[in-house]
Design a protein around this ligand. Structure first.
Ligand SMILES: C[S@@+](CC[C@H](N)C(=O)[O-])C[C@H]1O[C@@H](n2cnc3c(N)ncnc32)[C@H](O)[C@@H]1O
Length: 211
């Protein structure tokens, strides 16, 4: 079946940006990421950066760190590029995550929020492997993700909680359960793998590349 990804459409991107701040509990998950990411890391990569929300949060306490954000939505790329125009330490790059990551060098941390669930399951796993390769030894991967619910009733409850009960599911979503993704991270070689925070379909999946 043909996969649908609506994120290149400006309407889709802008619709998300108008409600991004209102997603319940996301700040708790983001807070855990801020606690986990070292303040002295040289380089951090954000996958599916959108308007650069996570980069912006991380930058506050990491003014010396070099950030790269990748995305494929023209609207998001333009918004993020403008947002960081005056800062020399943030680079926004156009890249479709359906394709292997380009050559970007090594990173102290790779982060992502609510983006990787737009990829096929096969591509999610491949991407996790690519993330492992580009992390420095001891580097950390934090994926704040939209995951699947264990039952249809819990999915409907989540949709009510986020105020989307009147709208159809976004066909761009390729939701996958937490456990499968944690198992993949372990198989790939990540250590300290766990779900470090979760609220219904929002989950923070974390792994560290061993030293
Ligand atoms: C829900 S938004 C999240 C944006 C941002 N990370 C945040 O937390 O606000 C999903 C992001 O993933 C990006 N995205 C979806 N599919 C993608 C793909 N195949 N390649 C690159 N970016 C993609 C979208 O353009 C969008 O910016």
């Amino acid at each position: 079946m043909e996969r649908v990804n609506l994120w290149r459409s400006p309407e889709h991107a802008l619709n998300y940006l108008t409600r991004a701040d209102t997603l319940p509990h996301r700040q708790e998950g983001e807070g855990v990421i801020l606690d986990l990411i070292p303040k002295d890391g040289k380089r951090i990569l954000d996958l599916g950066t959108g308007n650069g929300r996570l980069v912006s949060l991380l930058r506050v306490d990491r003014p010396q760190t070099e950030f790269i954000g990748v995305d494929f939505s023209p609207t998001m790329l333009e918004t993020a590029t403008q947002r960081f125009a005056e800062y020399g330490n943030v680079e926004i790059i156009a890249h479709n995550l359906d394709e292997p990551l380009p050559e970007l060098g090594k990173f102290a941390a790779v982060v992502s929020s609510f983006a990787i669930h737009h990829l096929s399951d096969r591509r999610k796993r491949e991407l996790y492997g690519e993330v492992f390769e580009i992390l420095e030894a001891g580097g950390i991967f934090c994926n704040l993700e939209h995951v699947s619910s264990p039952t249809p009733a819990l999915h409907e409850y989540f949709r009510r909680c986020v105020g989307l009960e009147e709208e159809p599911d976004d066909p761009s979503n390729q939701l996958l359960d937490v456990q499968t993704q944690l198992d993949w991270l372990r198989e790939i070689g990540f250590g300290d793998v766990d779900c470090y925070w979760k609220w219904l379909e929002f989950a923070l999946l974390v792994g560290r590349k061993p030293n």
